[in-house]
Design a protein around this ligand. Structure first.
Ligand SMILES: [Zn+2]
Length: 121
């Protein structure tokens, strides 16, 4: 019986944490709590701004900076790459110290790669 109480306690703590996180990052426009978990990532490479766009109302919020090659650094420290038109986003993983896998010369997010293209996945 005690185990049940403990697990219920942890469950509610977890739920509270998630709720708080969602609440603190809710959409400033429509108040959607799902905004934190489900948002579209967009970028405007011309002005160097990266956005989270609300899936419900479409409101955009600047959440990071992007350079002209599509490389984005979010305000929370995450990195990623946008396609040239700012439509497609994918997260960049850390750990590029030694390897050349994400380096300049690689075709990782380059023009020629089909991986970030239309039928991507
Ligand atoms: Zn919204």
């Amino acid at each position: 019986m005690e185990e049940l109480v403990v697990s219920i306690f942890f469950c509610s703590v977890l739920m509270a944490c998630i709720g708080l996180l969602a609440y603190s990052e809710r959409c400033s426009s429509c108040g959607s709590l799902m905004y934190h978990f489900y948002n579209n990532k967009k970028a405007n490479l011309a002005i160097g701004e990266a956005y989270h766009a609300c899936k419900r109302c479409g409101a955009k919020e600047v959440k990071g900076t992007v350079d002209c090659s599509g490389y984005v650094v979010w305000s929370n420290g995450n990195e990623g790459d946008f396609s040239k038109d700012g439509e497609y986003y994918r997260k960049r993983h850390h750990g590029r110290d030694g390897g050349g896998s994400a380096g300049d010369g690689g075709g990782y997010a380059g023009d020629g790669g089909g991986s970030a293209g239309d039928g991507g996945f």
